[in-house]
Design a protein around this ligand. Structure first.
Ligand code: GTP
Ligand code: MG
Length: 359
């Protein structure tokens, strides 16, 4: 009976239903296994024990995709070490000491970067039966803003897990396969793509799919002390259980419709030249943030920082798209156009369209 009902749908709706189902199936296959997550948690605990031999009052917390619900099989592990005591070593000294310790005590390949802008220790582990692709992990220090932005993304994912997680996970895979997910090579980080998705669902879709968690009225009065971190306001509405009872989206589009619209919006409608995507405040002007590309400057080669402008949710002076170069934005937009074209042709079989998209 379901099959018959499905056949009676207008072809447009049939295509959306098929494509949505394909997207769920595609993404489910790429989620990390329970075993992988357990191995990663054990690695975190082991590393935390070792770090405590140097700094007894430290905690090692995971952030990024392992903590926000957007992780794919074999994604790297981002760890942040917080030290709760007043007197502590500098990040540079810690990175050097921790690097030595891990080299002596563990099987990890260890690469300490004590003099990087943000000092970190890079670790990797060779493949083993529990982790057929090995493990890659970065340990940073005192990066409390990253822990908070991870929590913000996780809350957005929890409001509408089906649509938000499916879109984000698919776009992560797609951007990696299409080679437009390398900030070091002039394209955009995963974090940047996630912000583009949330911006689209909060500010572009009408009615919105997600509320703006940073602009909701707080439940009780808040003071500057509880909400500010390193001078930035990190407050957002984080009682998701309560939110679920009070807020519900009027938007009932399927994942497939949202994805197609997402591609069309970033292929055609987003104002790359003058606009800044801000999940906190909607569409802003580059000029209001002082983020214009100064093409008349004789330094304009090195000033490629503001081709694609995405405001960090908390560090408002920070452009998450700063790594994107002129070539990078050209390639990324070209990919949005290609994806939009493939999907709007509404090919006979959704599964073929997805395969072509990620080819
Ligand atoms: P994959 O590693 O590709 O699976 O994605 P991911 O979700 O872990 O994202 P990514 O590695 O790009 O970023 C990991 C975390 O680092 C993010 O969740 C942020 O908390 C933080 N982060 C990454 N890039 C930036 C940035 O440019 N600015 C800030 N403030 N934080 C960032
Ligand atoms: Mg990561």
């Amino acid at each position: 009976p379901d099959v018959a009902a499905h056949r009676r749908l207008p072809s447009r709706h049939r295509f959306f239903a098929d494509l949505s189902q394909c997207l769920f199936d595609f993404v489910i296959e790429l989620l990390p296994t329970g075993e992988e997550m357990a191995v990663k948690e054990n690695v975190r605990k082991l590393l935390e024990r070792l770090i405590r031999t140097i700094e007894p009052d430290s905690r090692l917390l995971s952030f990024g995709s392992t903590a926000n619900g957007f992780s794919l099989r074999n994604s790297d592990m981002d760890l942040c070490c917080l030290i709760d005591s007043e007197e502590r070593l500098s990040a540079t000294d810690l990175v050097t000491m921790l690097g030595d310790l891990l080299e002596r005590e563990t099987k990890f390949h260890v690469k300490p970067l004590p003099h990087a802008r943000i000092p970190i220790v890079k670790l990797s582990l060779d493949p083993s039966p529990g982790l057929p692709l090995g493990i890659a992990c970065d340990i940073g220090f005192e990066n409390r803003l990253a822990l908070e932005n991870t929590r913000l993304l996780m809350c957005y994912a929890m409001i509408d897990p089906t649509r938000v997680r499916t879109m984000v996970l698919f776009l992560k895979v797609w951007s990696k396969r299409r080679k437009i997910n390398s900030p070091y090579k002039g394209t955009l980080s995963s974090y940047g793509y996630v912000l583009l998705v949330i911006y689209f669902l909060v500010h572009v879709k009408n009615p919105p799919v997600l509320p703006n968690l940073q602009q909701m009225p707080p439940l009780r009065p808040i003071t500057k002390e509880d909400t500010h971190l390193a001078g930035y306001n990190t407050w957002f509405f984080d009682d998701i259980e309560l939110l679920r009872t009070r807020w519900h989206s009027e938007n009932s589009e399927s994942v497939a419709e949202l994805l197609i619209d997402f591609y069309r919006y970033y292929a055609r409608d987003f104002s790359y030249n003058t606009g800044v995507a801000s999940i906190r405040a909607g569409l802003l002007k580059k000029s209001s943030k002082g983020w214009q590309n100064d093409l008349t400057s004789r330094y304009h080669d090195s000033r490629e920082r503001n081709r694609l402008c995405i405001e960090d949710p908390f560090e408002l002076d920070f452009n998450v798209g700063r790594c994107v170069t002129k070539d990078g934005i050209y390639t990324i937009r070209g990919e949005f156009m290609r994806a939009s074209r493939i999907l709007s042709n509404r090919p006979e079989r959704a599964v073929v369209a997805l395969a072509e998209l990620c080819l």
